[in-house]
Design a protein around this ligand. Structure first.
Ligand code: ZN
Length: 325
């Protein structure tokens, strides 16, 4: 793993892949050193730690988690001695959104022959999703390390001569979405509020909430943005994420009003220029999210993940899209 230099003190690890759990990380190389997000499993986290040590040998003083999804927090334990920083909601949200025990049990369950047979018949999309994860990651040994330094709306970490500003903008993609901004160098780590060249997906709040978070990034006017997934970009990444959300929500509205079920709607909505993005079948999840908003569901309403994965799978098959999550 190598880091990409983004500015004098900011570095990014850009994941070469774009599927679930292929998250980016960042590093701010001003004392005491700040890691932004810690990857999905211990092997990836250790590779990140080694890449960071090549930039700055002292162990980092802080880990910032941009939100509570597992691909951003499962490597926290590898950065021993670092103070973990996150939004105030994270200690309560982490065990629900990112349980290593649940992930290990899920992967173990799908190794059972009878379970695989049943899933192949009743939930082929969920089986494909778990198989993808099992092929990419190994959650053995992961222990949840929760933040101890909590951010309400805003917190500034004073580094050696540099201010690192953390701003809560959730719920947009998740409850605890934090922007990590290095204003002196015009660099912003956006977490999963921004996806670049990959279809966005989010779990908490509404699309209107997400747009407000994008507004906050635009107001900060960073020159370079490290998205949660996809290559380093500028404000074009914010515009792309917004354009996708606007497109899906706008196209879904008349279909919702006409009583068209979400899967059928996802089959009809044109993908336009977004067809080339990775994981286009996430369109089903985004139609579901739009429908939740139209119905006025609570922003923290639980997701039916079985339905979600099966729906994406059916959509991919129906529209001849890649089966990737
Ligand atoms: Zn992510």
């Amino acid at each position: 793993m190598e880091l990409e230099r983004v500015s004098e003190h900011a570095w990014a690890h850009v994941s070469p892949a774009y599927r679930f759990c292929d998250a980016n990380s960042g590093f701010v190389a001003a004392a005491p050193g700040v890691v932004v997000d810690t990857q999905s499993d211990l092997a990836h986290a250790r590779a990140l730690r080694d890449a960071i040590a090549a930039v700055r040998p002292d162990p980092p003083g802080y880990v910032v988690n941009t939100h509570e999804d597992l691909d951003h927090v499962f490597g926290n334990q590898v950065f021993e001695g670092a103070e973990v920083v996150g939004h105030r909601s994270l200690p309560e949200r982490l065990p629900k959104a990112a349980s290593p025990i649940r992930m290990r049990k899920t992967l173990e369950y799908t190794r059972n022959k009878l379970a695989r047979l049943a899933l192949r018949i009743w939930a082929p999309g969920a089986l494909a999703a778990v198989d993808q994860l099992a092929g990419d990651y190994d959650f053995t040994g992961v222990e949840l390390v929760k933040p101890t330094r909590l951010v309400d709306d805003h917190l500034t970490l004073e580094l050696d001569g540099l201010a690192l500003e953390l701003t809560h903008v959730g719920p947009a993609h998740q409850e605890g979405d934090l922007l990590v901004h290095l204003p002196a160098e015009e660099v912003l780590f956006a977490g999963d509020v921004v996806f670049k060249d990959a279809t966005p997906i989010g779990w908490r709040g509404t699309f209107a909430d997400w747009r407000r978070a994008l507004d906050v990034i635009e107001a900060k006017a960073p020159a370079r943005i490290v998205p949660g997934h996809g290559p380093v970009c500028g404000l074009d990444g914010v515009a792309d994420t917004r354009a996708y959300i606007d497109h899906v929500e706008g196209a879904a509205r008349p279909l919702f009003d006409a009583g068209v079920p979400a899967l059928e709607a996802a089959k009809r909505i044109p993908l336009e220029r977004f067809a080339d993005w990775h994981c286009p079948a996430r369109l089903y999840a985004n139609v579901q999210r739009a429908y939740r908003g139209f119905r006025g569901d609570p922003p923290d309403a639980a997701w039916d993940f079985l339905d979600l994965f099966n729906g994406m799978h059916k959509l991919a098959r129906a529209r001849e899209l890649p089966v990737e999550y």
